[in-house]
Design a protein around this ligand. Structure first.
Ligand SMILES: Cc1cc2nc3c(=O)[nH]c(=O)nc-3n(C[C@H](O)[C@H](O)[C@H](O)COP(=O)(O)OP(=O)(O)OC[C@H]3O[C@@H](n4cnc5c(N)ncnc54)[C@H](O)[C@@H]3O)c2cc1C
Length: 416
């Protein structure tokens, strides 16, 4: 099966303005009001082969590069962020296995994921949030060669729906940089009663999403659940976040497309004082600024996505820059578009099924997960001494840089 292109996905999903289309604006608004997970829409994305795009080519999938994946995520996000965040989570959940798992682990996961099994990623805990080094979920070695898990992960996307969950857990109670390890846990292989999923949290945005958690009570997991070497969990997560923080910005670009489409159409069609709204200089200026913001975000995302293949050694910088820049700029863009829509931006059922106010609420979360702006700026600032030293030494990968900024030029394989 060939790779799914963004244009083919868009075509296959049909006209989102037609309420009879499965993945329509109307249906997404309805599901949001009911706080219901978009099961049927996600099943359709599975049927169209989207999960295969989350799997690297070397394991039988179609993932060739981050930009191709970002283009697909953007198509989905342009229609609805609940769906995009709920579905693309499986890429985030699987990415640590692509980064550090064995070929056998990766192939087994590839088969499950391609068949539509949701994969979740559990890093955060109630008491620790961004402070991953304080992870408390304990993984204690067992005589069987496996580990026993005790503790919980909370505020986890798809923790309940997910068939598999990739977990960061403490393997060395003494602490230190080698205290954490990663495990890919197959919920079906856990003994009855050894785990339970935590209740769905009601949320401000992406109301239908499965934002819940998972708790373990001495759950035995097999030896082959360990992803990467024991004690290397932190560095695998940091390497993987370089990819996921980068590709997550496609969610923001899709949201920006949606907001701009509504604002531009409204400005072009709205009659006030005997003429079109679009003739007012202030409106034109606001729309122009929003378009320029989208282009800037698109350019930064493009370079960051391409850098994953062209400049992998510098991806820790690109990922921090793009994740701290794009979601925050798109929040501002959405605010600009909301100003143009006036009261309709605030109504839940009148204009375009009330999807604008949903978009405003939904997009807030893109800046929160995978590290918010402050966390990513902090990660960038921590790299300043190395960057300054390399700059003084005149060390630059000219060929990698040229490839990163030249859309369409061939890229070496990414670091999946
Ligand atoms: C809808 C939703 C879905 C989520 N899905 C997942 C998921 O699938 N998997 C998962 O593991 N987690 C998930 N999370 C959790 C999310 O990653 C955390 O909310 C996030 O890591 C922040 O943790 P916290 O909310 O506990 O805030 P805290 O860690 O308590 O931080 C609060 C604030 O302190 C500031 N801060 C923290 N650290 C720094 C720093 N280093 N430098 C400067 N300022 C800092 C920031 O402003 C931050 O927002 C989800 C959260 C939500 C709301």
């Amino acid at each position: 099966m060939s790779a799914l292109t963004a244009a083919a996905l868009e075509r296959a999903l049909g006209d989102p303005s037609d309420p009879k289309t499965l993945f329509s604006y109307a249906r997404c608004a309805e599901l949001d009001r009911a706080e219901a997970f978009p099961e049927a829409i996600c099943a359709e994305l599975d049927r169209l082969g989207l999960p295969r795009q989350y799997v690297p080519e070397e394991y039988g999938g179609a993932l060739a590069g981050l930009q191709e994946l970002a283009d697909l995520v953007r198509v989905v996000a342009r229609r609805d962020l609940t769906v995009a965040i709920g579905h693309a989570k499986s890429y985030l959940g699987a990415a640590c296995v692509w980064t550090a798992g064995t070929p056998e682990q990766a192939r087994a996961l590839a088969d499950r994921l391609s068949a539509g099994a949701p994969v979740s990623w559990g890093l955060t805990e109630r008491a620790h949030g961004s402070d991953l080094l304080a992870t408390g979920l304990a993984a204690v070695p067992d005589a069987s060669g496996g580990h026993r898990l005790t503790g919980e992960k909370w505020l986890i996307n798809n923790a309940t729906r997910g068939e598999l969950v990739c977990l960061l857990a403490r393997t060395d109670p003494a602490g230190g940089p080698r205290a954490l390890s990663l495990f890919l846990v197959d919920k079906d292989r856990l003994a009855p009663g050894a785990h339970h999923c935590l209740p769905k949290q009601r949320t401000h945005g992406i109301r239908g999403a499965d934002i819940s958690g998972i708790a373990f009570d001495g759950a035995l997991i097999p030896a082959d659940a360990l992803v990467g070497e024991a004690g290397h969990g932190t560095e695998t997560v940091l390497r993987t976040l370089q990819l996921t923080r980068t590709v997550c910005t496609a969610l923001s670009l899709g949201a920006a497309d949606h907001a701009l489409r509504q604002a531009a159409a409204f400005a072009a069609g709205r009659e006030l004082y005997g003429g079109r709204l679009a003739r007012f200089p202030h409106v034109r200026r606001t729309l122009g600024r929003a378009h320029a913001t989208l282009l800037a975000c698109e350019a930064v995302s493009l370079v960051a996505n391409r850098s994953a293949g062209a400049l992998p050694g510098e991806q820790s910088v690109a990922a921090s820059v793009v994740k701290s820049f794009v979601p925050e700029r798109v929040d501002a863009l959405i605010a600009d578009c909301g100003e143009i829509l006036g009261g309709r931006a605030f109504l839940t059922g009148v204009h375009e099924h009330g999807t604008f106010q949903k978009l405003v609420r939904d997009h807030r979360v893109v800046g929160i997960f995978d590290g918010n702006q402050a966390v990513n700026r902090n990660a960038l600032i921590n790299q300043f001494p190395v960057l300054a030293r390399r700059y003084r030494e005149g060390r630059v990968d000219t060929a990698g840089l040229a490839a990163a900024v030249a859309p369409g030029s061939p890229l070496p394989p990414s670091l999946f």
